[in-house]
Ligand binder design. Structure first.
Ligand SMILES: Cc1cc2nc3c(=O)[nH]c(=O)nc-3n(C[C@H](O)[C@H](O)[C@H](O)COP(=O)(O)OP(=O)(O)OC[C@H]3O[C@@H](n4cnc5c(N)ncnc54)[C@H](O)[C@@H]3O)c2cc1C
Length: 390
């Protein structure tokens, strides 16, 4: 359809700027006309928050704003581990937490995975109960021995939750090289298809008449007289309540309590007769890899450049990508030819504590951010809790 040239030549005097935003009456009415609830961020937390709001408010007008054309944070970039902590991660947690606190966090993560599976269904999210494994490098035998020594103790602490042993020692049957002969298996760990999970969440929102606008940024907001004035990159409007689910990008409202943390990933092209199946944590969790569609997805290496990776800018560095390739070649796929298909990065939100920041910022504005590397597991529950702050 051709644009009407008359529109462009209309004298400015005829244009009343308060009503000439370029949006139609229908668009304004359906999207911007005083939504009851606005959620910022279309990641796992934002979409779950919107869905929980819908459950409690069947008739409410709910709008989700996402600045990217796709979600631009962590939820569509992650590795899809449905995990609640490798043995070494839990031992590390016990350096700063009591046994009860560690157990409570494991329970939150494990129950969160069950909630995600129940909400969306295993088929829709491509859930596979392949188990998880911790792989110990040969060059660090003391660390391996320490994990072996504490395995029984951790299993005992986790027993009230799982009833059976969580961590067991199994031989390296995957052909990994440069590693200890035994791996630590966690039979309760699973993996999912991150892309399918996010699509399932989006479809559920659309079915429940939740509007999602992509490519729109929240720029500013003011909580005034029972309403929130919202300034976005598209338009200014007011809403009843505002929920911020902006995770690694929340420092503008929360200061130092949330820092961005970039995580780099690569994926190989399909590999013939790939034997590796499961989710793997390697070198104290600094690296992680899994199978997906006959490929290996591998990420990590932030420890190589902690300051450089404390950034909200997407991108890859030769240092980290080089290390990932070296691991693939020497440890994970020794002797197996492979090609890298794609590389990407995501931005997480981290802080001094592993617990998310869930709180009200004013009478009508709340946030649920800082999910660290646990958002697949705890994102559904965090979104639900965010929706219940008011
Ligand atoms: C590479 C990688 C691997 C990971 N692997 C795992 C894993 O295997 N298992 C696991 O449990 N967790 C993993 N995580 C962590 C997990 O992905 C995150 O914890 C989770 O996705 C956080 O969800 P969220 O909704 O809080 O944040 P996000 O998904 O980051 O969503 C926040 C959204 O807010 C939007 N936004 C920000 N500012 C604005 C604004 N001003 N206006 C509008 N929109 C805005 C962003 O564009 C973004 O889409 C991984 C993360 C990364 C990066």
């Amino acid at each position: 359809m051709k644009a009407n040239p008359a529109t462009h030549s209309m004298p400015l005097a005829f244009v009343n700027h308060s009503v000439s935003s370029g949006f139609s009456y229908w668009e304004i009415r359906e999207f911007f006309d005083e939504p009851d609830f606005v959620v910022v961020g279309a990641g796992i937390v934002g979409l779950n928050c919107a869905l929980s709001l819908r459950e409690r408010h069947p008739k409410a007008r709910i709008l989700v704003l996402e600045r990217g054309l796709l979600p631009q944070g962590a939820s569509t970039k992650n590795a899809g581990f449905a995990c609640f902590g490798s043995l070494s991660e839990l031992l590390d947690d016990m350096n700063t937490q009591t046994e009860d606190e560690m157990l409570a966090l494991v329970e939150k993560r494990y129950q969160g995975i069950q909630l995600l599976r129940k909400n969306l269904g295993d088929k829709a999210i491509g859930y596979k109960p392949h188990g998880g494994y911790e792989v110990f490098l040969k060059g660090d035998p003391e660390f391996f021995m320490a994990c072996l020594e504490h395995r029984k103790r951790v299993n005992k602490i986790l027993k009230p939750l799982f009833r059976k042993k969580v961590f067991e020692v199994v031989p390296n049957t995957f052909g990994f090289e440069g590693v200890q002969d035994y791996l630590m298996k966690n039979r309760y760990e699973g993996q999912l298809n991150t892309g399918k999970m996010m699509l399932a969440l989006q479809s559920k929102c659309i079915k429940k008449e939740i509007r999602i606008l992509f490519g729109v940024s929240l720029e500013d907001f003011t909580d005034l007289n029972g309403k929130v004035a919202v300034k976005t990159s598209l338009r200014e409007f007011t809403c009843g309540k505002l929920y911020l689910a902006t995770n690694g990008f929340a420092s503008s409202v929360l200061g130092d309590s949330v820092s961005p943390a970039r995580a780099q990933v690569l994926i190989t092209k399909p590999i013939k007769k790939l034997k590796i199946k499961g989710s793997f944590h390697i070198d104290r969790g600094y690296y992680y890899f899994r199978n997906i569609n006959d490929r290996i997805l591998l990420g990590g290496g932030r420890n190589l450049d902690p300051l450089g990776e404390k950034t909200a800018e997407f991108g890859m560095t030769p240092l980290i990508q080089g290390k990932l390739e070296q691991l693939l070649k020497e440890v994970i796929l020794p002797g197996t030819p492979f090609e890298i298909d794609t590389r990407w990065s995501g931005i997480m939100g981290v802080g001094t504590s592993k617990v998310p920041v869930l709180k009200s910022l004013s009478d009508n504005v709340a946030c649920g951010v800082r999910l660290g590397g646990m958002g697949v597991a705890i994102g559904s529950q965090t979104g639900k809790e965010l929706s219940r702050i008011f």
